[in-house]
Design a protein. Structure first.
Lengths: 422, 422
């Protein structure tokens, strides 16, 4: 590996040796071979869209070119398509510290939040306040706003995410929080907040979009009420992969949600006129599941079969701390302001670097083969997915960032801001 | 083609000659080559799950093994993933007689019905009755029931589908009807009912699950208000393919629905705190779309590029009439009672044959290579997909049914009833 810029003193040699040493000791290092990563790219955006694994690709090939083609409609039974939401849920369960029958894969995070908000409000007939954090990923608030338009009396309050516990009171029905902030990477204390909320009779819905598969979670042990999460980020389930829902078993008999489609019926195939919810988590199903996407997600999740989430978390913290320390030492990188709180207990698996030209820098970095993400107005967002990113990748990425900054290549052309999906 | 049973007099030779003559004249006959059909199977269940086309398979391969693998997150722009709901909607539009910007692909029929029911009720502030047909596919009613649980005052009324217009009055806000009955194949008069409803100020939501891609539709010309439909039946989009929604342009500025996820925001990527609906049909989007399934559906729809829906309809009516006439002539098939109204204006693209042993007969038929469907309690449901079914297929299928009935092979073992998806 040859640096593109001049590093002060013997910093390059020293840091490269360190990166190689850390990679040599990495217990996850062989996992990279499971992923179909493009050549000559360093992918620091797995927190937007995880990459394709060979297992996911094989699963996609199998469902499209073998199951669907050959067995057609009989695949619902022959290949157990009908149980994929439960099967995939059971795969996700250990990743988030949950019992298998508390998790099901279906629909999108937005739609699942809608189901859970109604379910939670139905459990709190005398309370009408939904509280969420300022700077939460917008769709969470939008869904609450959509619900308020037809569910009278419900109101939505936004609080600072660093001051949640102090703002809790007994008027609040539901606290809806994203565990790791999509922009800054700030991570809330799930156990502490859940406990404080419960003491005031508040139910909590956690959005795990930026934590499932990247940080250790103990939903059952932390007595979490409800959660939603994402299949396409750290779980690498493919673009727009199905989301998942968690419901603590203590609410399984009381779940009532309005997206009461036939797949959530107690006897879906009896074709009865009146809706009767299925037992437990199954009542959160709505329409016919998206089998191809679900099968790809199922394949992708096999990568986690022999992985310890604690190892992922440890390496994630190591990779991000390593990047920050290298950035802070290189003279040409001093213009970046680190937004992320580097306290291990307060960050997820990403860092946020502020710079007035963050958008152009992100584009120039992509041209150098390093894919990160831009978040308006000025955030360069860097995600760390320990299953396929090495310490040497991180060092090389920083070297290329230094190159861009030293030569100001990001100023060379006008980059037009285009949309990208979180 | 050699018959498995003895046919009376010269009926086999005569009917085979007729089938061959009809196939020779079939303007759609070459379309069969576009489908990856399994050998030695006659598929009469395309109204449950359409088969894989090579175009759909290629699209799946491309999105999984090329786009996702190579271009990762940048695919949202590079491969226009972000516009797939609109692109696929525009592909479906001509198939259902709609302007391109009135159709969008997203979510499931159940979820889309929920959006439309709220939207339609919001346009009818002084009315609270939702009317639907008895025997409608259950999910449609279940969704209305789910909505009623939290939207006060709304009530749901079921009417006989042969007596809808007589039951309409000015108390009704929304008439929610499935165009072609999933079990019997009975088809409603869309234009006439829509017009009668409009005269009383009633809005109509049509469920096109069993009609889109199989019968001629003129949503714009018939002044239809709203519709939903299915990607995985006659559109052959793959198991659990995304559904679609149609909204007449006259309501585009007034659409308000509660599943207000970020993809339906006027400025999805501005990450604003407050939801502002996008213009027109785009406001029906909710969460991140399921890209792999959407790409497969996009590929599947290219089959329709050079097809005239009138030709599909004509052949569909021909195939089903041919089957009925052959069944009615063969002595061993007289135990079946034809449930479907054979008036061309009153049937979709399927027939329903009642028999006390319909389930076992269906299983035995599948063992003979003919895949049809069973609907409780006693219906053998046979779907006709003119893009890949020939008149000779139909004749052979009837011959095998006669074989089963003659030798009573369906009584030979106990078939346990298993579920299957409509």
């Amino acid at each position: 590996m040859i640096p593109q810029v001049i590093w002060p003193n013997d910093m390059w040699m020293h840091t490269l040796a360190k990166a190689r040493e850390l990679d040599a000791k990495d217990v996850l290092k062989n996992k990279r071979e499971s992923f179909a990563l493009p050549n000559n790219k360093i992918y620091l955006d797995g927190n937007s869209l995880g990459p394709a694994s060979y297992a996911a690709q094989t699963a996609g090939q199998s469902v499209i070119n073998a199951q669907w083609q050959t067995d057609l409609i009989t695949s619902w039974n022959v290949h157990d398509w009908i149980r994929l939401p439960q099967i995939v849920g059971a795969q996700i369960a250990p990743i988030i510290g949950a019992q298998e029958d508390c998790v099901i894969a279906c629909d999108s995070i937005s739609i699942n939040l809608y189901k859970l908000l109604h379910s939670a409000l139905n459990l709190q007939p005398d309370r009408h306040v939904v509280m969420t954090q300022k700077g939460n990923f917008p769709t969470d608030g939008y869904i609450a706003q959509g619900l308020m338009a037809h569910r009278s009396g419900v109101c939505l309050v936004y609080v600072d995410e660093k001051d949640i516990i102090a703002q809790l009171d007994e008027s609040i029905a539901v606290l809806m929080l994203t565990h790791v902030n999509y922009k800054t990477g700030y991570m809330l204390d799930m156990r502490q907040i859940t406990q404080a909320a419960h003491e005031l009779g508040i139910l909590v819905i956690w959005d795990l979009a930026h934590s499932a598969g990247a940080v250790e979670l103990s939903l059952d042990n932390d007595e979490v009420d409800f959660a939603v999460g994402c299949g396409y980020k750290y779980l690498n389930g493919g673009p727009g992969a199905p989301a998942f829902v968690y419901v603590n078993s203590r609410y399984h008999s009381q779940l009532r949600q309005p997206l009461s489609g036939w797949m959530g019926h107690a006897r879906a195939f009896a074709f009865e006129q009146d809706y009767v919810p299925a037992d437990g988590i199954n009542s959160l199903l709505c329409g016919t599941p998206n089998i191809i996407s679900m099968a790809v997600l199922k394949g992708a999740l096999t990568i986690f079969n022999d992985v310890n989430i604690a190892d992922i978390r440890q390496k994630s913290l190591g990779l991000s701390a390593f990047m920050v320390s290298v950035i802070q030492q290189h003279p040409v990188l001093q213009a970046f302001e680190l937004i992320t709180d580097m306290d291990d207990a307060k960050r997820g698996s990403q860092i946020a670097l502020a710079h007035p030209d963050a958008y152009s820098i992100c584009q120039a970095w992509i041209e150098q083969g390093v894919i990160a993400d831009f978040r308006a107005p000025n955030i360069l967002r860097v995600g760390f997915a320990p299953l396929y990113i090495s310490y040497c990748d991180v060092l090389q990425a920083v070297d290329r960032l230094a190159y861009i900054m030293q030569h100001k290549t990001y100023q060379a052309k006008q980059y037009q801001i285009r949309n990208s999906v979180t």
